[in-house]
Design a protein around this ligand. Structure first.
Ligand SMILES: Cc1cc2nc3c(=O)[nH]c(=O)nc-3n(C[C@H](O)[C@H](O)[C@H](O)COP(=O)(O)OP(=O)(O)OC[C@H]3O[C@@H](n4cnc5c(N)ncnc54)[C@H](O)[C@@H]3O)c2cc1C
Length: 408
């Protein structure tokens, strides 16, 4: 039985995860990436149990085990004085509660593992150096217009198309219609990202844990990556104007000036980091996720502010949900022409209906976290009180809806 062929635009985490999941389900996949190299900007990613469970199911467990960290806990502190406000156990507690680990990983490691897995699949064709400019439905399929940098154009045909082309998606318009052309909005936050060799980090912050520091109009997250060799540091500060570009170099001194008062170990961590890169944070409520034989996933469908560490996790969930939906028995026969109506479009509509509410909920929760993390004055005092009272178990349960997600 021939499974429908899939063209995927974009080989980020969403596109790679989708290509792998679909290929494992028997679909021939063409994965088109505009870049020619696969360097990753920004060092770290947290992979909560809702995502790690899927990656393990995709057969990546042992490759990941060699590169991930599994912090024992998250420690929440106030930025100015360094007081501990709350702790949430991770490690074994997450495995016990949610049946999967809470990992941290260097982005380059995750990308390499996904890319190696995709390259090992004979039914995935990876086409690099081509930008997908547009997609349109043809009789019983889709046609994607690809452009090379030298201006050469070509057409790629498949049974269906997926837009995994990130926050500035070109395929969004084919799904959402004219609103798809409305660009994501700058949300008033800039993320500063860098790493510190673990032995250069202050001892108090070089342990096997995730640190979250809350300050007025700013917060900082750090955790070990690269199998413990580096500490990944992300500082998010509020700023009226976005910065230009996606990886704009910045100096630690400018970051320190943009941050409120900072407790000594955190200041030392920031000073120890080199190679700071800045990126403005954009957001856009999840809109329509499928139309006919075209669907969106990952940041193309629902960019998420990083205050819940869920953008990549949602992309991985999308990939699993798509592969399952398309593999349903009625879809399997579609390419043979043996089914009524259009089962592929129906499967994509089912995917969109399942995913959009969850994506919106995660987007909303991330925005709310941003407001809470960056609060000052009486709101911050109230937040700190609630955090202290909530206790470790209360904090974990607060996210049960998120980390406990399972497909189907
Ligand atoms: C500071 C920060 C921290 C974060 N931390 C976390 C975290 O801890 N955990 C988590 O889960 N998420 C986190 N995220 C979110 C996560 O990084 C993103 O949600 C995720 O990388 C999105 O993946 P994607 O594949 O959808 O998009 P992208 O990574 O943007 O990939 C899109 C790909 O498509 C290619 N492309 C674009 N346009 C075209 C085109 N027209 N044709 C062909 N190819 C194209 C691009 O070159 C790229 O390779 C964080 C984000 C930020 C900014």
């Amino acid at each position: 039985m021939t499974r429908p062929s899939v063209a995927v635009a974009g080989a980020g985490i969403a596109g790679l995860a989708a290509a792998l999941a679909l290929s494992r389900a028997g679909h021939p996949v063409t994965l088109v990436e505009r870049r020619t190299g696969f360097s990753e900007v920004g060092a770290g990613l947290q992979l909560s149990p809702n995502a790690s469970r899927i990656l393990v199911d995709l057969g990546l467990g042992s490759a990941l085990a060699r590169r991930v960290g599994e912090p024992r806990r998250v420690v929440v502190r106030d930025m100015a004085r360094g007081r501990t406000l709350a702790e949430m156990p991770l490690g074994e507690a997450m495995r016990t509660r949610f049946g999967a680990p809470y990992w941290v990983i260097h982005r380059a490691d995750l990308q390499t593992i996904l890319l190696d897995a995709v390259r090992a699949r004979p039914d995935v064709r990876l086409v690099v150096g081509r930008t997908v400019e547009d997609v349109e439905e043809t009789h019983g399929g889709v046609a994607l217009s690809l452009a090379r940098e030298n201006g050469t154009r070509e057409t790629l045909r498949a049974d269906l198309a997926l837009g995994a082309d990130g926050v500035w998606s070109k395929l969004r318009r084919a799904v959402e219609g004219p609103t798809g052309a409305v660009p994501p909005r700058y949300q008033g936050y800039v993320a500063w990202r860098a790493t510190v060799p673990r032995d250069a980090a202050p001892e108090a912050l070089a342990g096997d844990e995730t640190g979250l520091w809350l300050g007025r109009r700013a917060h900082v997250v750090h955790y070990p990556v690269a199998a413990g060799a580096l500490v990944n540091v992300v500082c998010v500060v509020q700023r009226a104007e976005p910065v230009d570009g996606w990886a704009t170099p910045g100096e630690a001194s400018a970051l320190r000036a943009a941050l409120p008062a900072t407790a000594a170990p955190l200041a030392a961590l920031i000073d120890a980091a080199t190679g700071w890169l800045l990126r403005s944070l954009h957001d856009r409520p999840a809109g329509r996720m499928a139309r006919g034989r075209v669907a969106l996933l990952g940041d193309a469908a629902h960019p998420v502010l990083p205050f819940l560490a869920q953008g990549a996790a949602l992309a991985i969930e999308d990939a699993a949900c798509l592969a399952r939906g398309l593999s349903a028995a009625e879809v399997a026969g579609a390419a043979d022409g043996g089914r009524p109506a259009d089962p592929i479009a129906a499967a994509l509509a089912g995917f969109a209906a399942a995913r959009a509410p969850r994506a919106r909920r995660v987007q909303d929760a991330a925005r709310a976290n941003g407001r809470i993390y960056h609060a000052g004055g009486p709101i911050a005092l109230g937040r700190d009180l609630v955090l202290r009272r909530m206790g470790a178990a209360g904090m974990a349960e607060r996210y049960a809806w998120l980390y406990g997600w399972r497909d189907g």
